[in-house]
Design a binder for this molecule. Structure first.
Ligand SMILES: [Zn+2]
Length: 434
């Protein structure tokens, strides 16, 4: 297949861009509308499978929380769409590029780096109000936020520091490659990015995460005992069990693995440990082990690497065509401005991959649940899921089109009924001898 872009003129690119952008906004708004109507309609009644486990008060609280987030999300979406139009058709990229030329005393490479730093700085400033509203207005109103303004500022400074420390050398290397290898720069840049991602798999848990959180070894007790037994039973080697002080930022709970290679660290949020009983913790970890055993993480990494390769290939082709630039409102024809442009507009063109990726991820969730039901206990996982849904105030019964499009995890109602089905099947396979 040959990608022939020379036939597309700037007007075609413009129509394609505006069409894709409006398509995305319309689909997202329609989905939001469906979800809003659906959960509003069910606000005053707990869905029947949960009538014993969730109170009406908890249910309507979760509904209100979700409605607030949906409303804020649609406003932010409009603002972000306007910003994208400013950057492209509004000549934003051109303006920043020209502004950056004032730094011309540094030479081409450094000039490229400062161009991206300037873009990054502006995006950071522009997105700050949104982050502040999400954390200190919405999460605060629903008692989910634990972050103080001081912690927020410290996190920001650390985050920017790390981004500069790691991003600047990477940018220099990529831009060096870009100018050194005119036609095949995209292959080398791709390899550099993949290398950087692998480096981050190692650096994140060992160097970066400890700058933001405290990790303490899991204390002796029933939970630890159960987990060690589960790890032995499933043949999983762990490099240590840790508890992370997530509660200093938010009340949301989670558990994850980190690290490269065979032995991984297992990290539990303290918020999770507080709420779940030892058998429930075991079931949650069994689910996470399921992801690992079924190679879900590896498959996701392979898929995203392949996707990134395709993206780099397409960028490599597009950047040769001035019509692509002009059609998107950019009149500086350099690889730097082209890279900035594609980074901004690509999510518009890949939007329809969202439901595909979500469906794939939900398939993995079912497989991990199956593993957990086999290796641990389906009912304990159900109990844990209910607690987590309550704690996160997630709606138990979302609109089906909305959840099929966006949800990386099946809705609670489906997951729980599936877990009970697996439990019954397992009982049939190995009947309890009276
Ligand atoms: Zn999962």
């Amino acid at each position: 297949m040959k990608l022939d872009l020379s036939t597309l003129d700037d007007a075609s690119f413009r129509q394609l861009f505006i069409g894709a952008l409006f398509f995305k906004v319309i689909v997202q708004s329609a989905l939001d509308k469906r979800q809003t109507n659906h959960i509003k309609f069910h606000r005053d009644e707990v869905p029947s499978p949960f009538s014993n486990s969730v109170t009406l008060e908890e249910h309507s609280f979760a509904t209100d929380y979700t409605l607030t987030k949906l409303r804020a999300g649609s406003i932010f979406r409009l603002i972000n769409t306007a910003l994208l139009l400013f950057w492209t058709a509004g000549g934003g990229i051109d303006k920043v590029y020209k502004l950056n030329q004032n730094f011309s005393l540094f030479g081409t490479l450094t000039q490229g780096v400062t161009f991206f730093l300037l873009l990054g700085l502006i995006s950071e400033i522009v997105s700050l109000p949104q982050e502040l509203i999400e954390t200190f207005v919405i999460e605060e109103k629903f008692q989910k936020n634990k972050t103080t303004l001081k912690l927020f500022i410290i996190d920001k400074i650390k985050g920017i520091g790390i981004a500069l420390l790691m991003g600047v050398p990477l940018l220099y290397t990529i831009l060096f490659v870009v100018h050194r290898f005119e036609n095949i720069w995209w292959i080398f840049s791709y390899i550099l990015i993949i290398g950087f991602q692998i480096l981050m798999l190692w650096a994140y848990p060992t160097l970066i995460a400890p700058l933001f959180n405290k990790f303490t070894p899991l204390q002796e007790g029933e939970t630890k005992e159960k987990i060690i037994n589960l790890l032995a039973r499933t043949g999983f080697k762990s490099k240590g069990l840790f508890v992370m002080d997530a509660s200093k930022r938010s009340t949301h709970g989670n558990a994850y693995f980190s690290g490269l290679g065979k032995a991984k660290r297992i990290v539990f949020f303290d918020t999770l440990l507080e709420k779940l009983t030892p058998p429930e913790m075991e079931a949650v970890l069994a689910h996470e082990l399921g992801h690992f055993k079924k190679k879900h993480i590896l498959k996701m990494i392979a898929a995203s690497s392949l996707f990134l390769f395709v993206q780099f290939f397409v960028i490599g082709q597009l950047i040769k065509h001035q019509n692509f630039f002009i059609g998107h409102g950019v009149h500086v024809f350099t690889i730097e401005s082209g890279l900035a442009l594609t980074m901004m507009v690509f999510p518009i063109y890949t939007f329809l991959l969202t439901p595909i990726m979500a469906a794939w991820s939900r398939k993995h969730e079912y497989e991990a649940d199956h593993f957990a039901a086999e290796q641990s206990n389906a009912e304990e996982l159900v109990a844990a899921l209910l607690k987590l849904h309550k704690e996160n105030s997630s709606v138990l019964y979302p609109d089906s089109t909305y959840s099929s499009f966006y949800y990386s995890h099946p809705p609670a109602i489906e997951r729980i009924s599936n877990l009970r089905k697996i439990k019954d099947e397992l009982l049939e396979v190995s009947p309890v001898v009276p």
